[in-house]
Structures are given as structure tokens and as C-alpha cells.
Design a binder for this molecule. Structure first.
Ligand code: PLP
Length: 291
């Protein structure tokens, strides 16, 4: 990761323009008592910036608000965060054609007055090129049933929290098994998501992604890809997907903001057909977005 720009937000300041303070991108701006650091207690988003334009900004802001709601955090003020992302995007856009912005809302400082902490980091993402746009995946059991978000909302499934240690551990497990990435499945056999991506499977000619009610994030990249697929005259559906269905899919993708669409070439060591033509069209559709 190559940090390019850093902004700290004063979330007690009513005026969006005055709430933003620019900092050195490598400066230390958090206290050791910030709850983001001590408990991973906060939410975040990562948005791609192409030619200075943040991609799918409003859906990212929607998801940010949704995550904050799930964690009982104070509702992020959309005008403040939009203004901040646009300011950071203009700065990183002048430095790189393709960059990313991670924006974070923490519950605040344990030793403070309860005001949340907010910051944005613009950076150049490592964009996997060549073979890594095709990935070998393993299925890993997330250990929760598909209805966990309803039965046990305190487990925060479906919120984009700062607690990604589990997701990183799953990726290390994939590497131990000789793979690049993971598709999580529920303990009762439903397909969920990757540790940092949404799953799209093509089954009997229909592009399918699991619904958020199985305790996963609403994917902004997947939503844009479905729009592109439908505009191309293809069928796309959001519905529950079982593991046997996934294993007979005639093509599979993992998609996310920073990576775009990566074709899956094997699942648990079994080859999965790769549709390079559709993958390239998907990538093109993402690259041609203007917002
Ligand atoms: N699911 C998880 C757990 C993620 O962390 C991410 C993104 O990082 C996604 C799905 C894909 O979301 P998006 O396409 O909005 O980047």
C-alpha cells in the first residue's frame, strides 16, 4: 500500500468544509486509546477513484450508513462524508489515474468525550495483473447459519466493521491450502461471500449472487456488474445459492471495488471453467463507469 493523502474529520464541526483537516499521509493521527485500534470498533468503506472520480460513491455511502446502524454508531452525516471523499478524490486523482480511498468511522477515543473519530486515507491499491485476475479459491465454513443476521444481529454479519482479522486469517488459510482466495459458506450449506469480495456464479445461463439476508455485505461492484450484464441482455438474479449449485456453475467470479472482477479458475482444487470474454466485458463495464 502506497499512502497518498490523509484527511482527519472533526465530527463535532457542523460545517462540512470546516470539518476536514489535511494531514501528512504517513503521519500518526490516532491515539492509542482510539476504539478502532483497541477494539476494532468502527466501520469503513473503500472506494475506487478513477481520474479523480469516486466510483459508486452513493452506494458506498449507503453501505457506510447501514454498517454504522448495525453497530449503533451515530449516523454518519452524508454531506460531511461526501464532501470529504470528493476532496480526497480530487487530491489522489491528481497523483494517480487509479487510486482508492478508505474512509473510517470509529466509535471514538476511550479516553475522550464520546465523539466518534473519522478519517480518510487515499492510497494506490496494488492492482493484481495477469494471472491474479484469475484465482483459485477454497470454500471455508464461516460457522454461522444462513439466517444468522436475523437470529443474532449482535454478531454483525453484513456490517463492514474494522474487525477484519478473521477475513485475513481465512486468506492465510487459503494460502496454506495452495489457493489465492476464499468463498465463505454458511454452516448449513449456503454460499456467502469472499473475505473482501462478492460472489457471482453463472448457473444455467443466469448470473446469480447471494442476497444480503444471508449475512453478507451488499456489494457495490456486483450491483454495477449486474446493471452491465442486464444492459447486455443477460439474465441476473439475486437468490440463495447452495454449495452443490456453486460447484456446478459454468463460471464464477469474485468482485470488489479495488480488484474489479476476478474469474475463479478452481474451487477446492476442482477446475472451474473461465469465461475470459465475459470477464473482460465485466472489467470494461467497471472501467467505463463515470461515477
Ligand atoms: N464482501 C466483503 C466482506 C468485502 O469486504 C467487500 C469489499 O471489500 C465486498 C464484499 C465487495 O464490496 P464492493 O464491491 O462494494 O467493494
Amino acid at each position: 500500500m502506497d499512502p497518498l493523502a490523509l484527511y482527519v474529520l472533526d465530527l463535532a464541526e457542523p460545517d462540512p468544509a470546516r470539518s476536514l483537516r489535511r494531514a501528512d499521509p504517513r503521519a500518526a493521527v490516532l491515539t492509542a486509546t482510539d476504539l478502532s485500534a483497541t477494539r476494532g470498533d468502527g466501520v469503513f468503506e473503500t472506494v475506487m477513484v478513477v481520474d479523480g472520480v469516486p466510483q459508486a460513491l452513493e452506494p458506498h455511502l449507503d453501505r457506510f450508513e447501514r454498517s454504522a446502524r448495525l453497530l449503533d454508531l451515530p449516523a454518519p452525516r452524508r454531506d460531511v462524508w461526501r464532501h470529504a471523499v470528493l476532496a480526497a478524490a480530487a487530491e489522489v486523482g491528481a497523483l494517480r489515474r487509479r487510486a482508492a480511498i478508505k474512509f473510517v468511522l470509529s466509535r471514538g477515543d476511550e479516553a475522550g468525550d464520546g465523539t466518534p473519530t473519522g478519517w480518510l486515507l487515499g492510497f494506490a491499491p496494488a492492482r493484481p495483473a495477469g494471472p491474479l485476475t484469475e484465482v483459485d479459491v477454497v470454500l471455508l465454513d464461516r460457522g454461522y447459519r444462513h439466517d444468522v443476521a436475523t437470529t443474532s444481529p449482535w454478531l454483525l454479519q453484513g456490517a463492514k466493521t474494522l474487525s477484519y482479522a478473521l477475513n485475513m486469517a481465512a486468506l492465510r488459510e487459503a494460502r496454506r491450502r495452495g489457493a489465492d482466495d476464499v468463498i465463505f459458506v454458511s454452516s448449513d450449506g449456503f454460499v456467502l461471500e469472499g473475505p473482501s469480495s462478492t460472489v457471482i456464479a453463472r448457473i444455467d445461463g443466469v448470473y446469480v449472487t447471494p442476497p444480503v439476508d444471508v449475512g453478507i455485505l451488499p456489494g457495490t461492484t456486483q450491483a454495477d456488474l449486474f446493471e452491465g450484464l442486464r444492459a447486455d441482455g443477460r439474465k441476473a438474479a439475486t437468490r440463495r445459492l447452495t454449495v452443490p449449485e456453486l460447484l456446478r456453475a459454468d463460471a464464477l467470479w469474485l468482485c470488489s471495488s479495488t480488484r474489479g472482477a476476478a474469474a475463479v479458475r478452481s474451487v477446492d482444487g476442482a477446475p472451474c471453467p473461465v469465461d475470459r470474454d465475459v470477464t473482460a466485458r465485466m472489467q470494461r463495464h467497471l472501467d467505463e463507469r463515470t461515477a
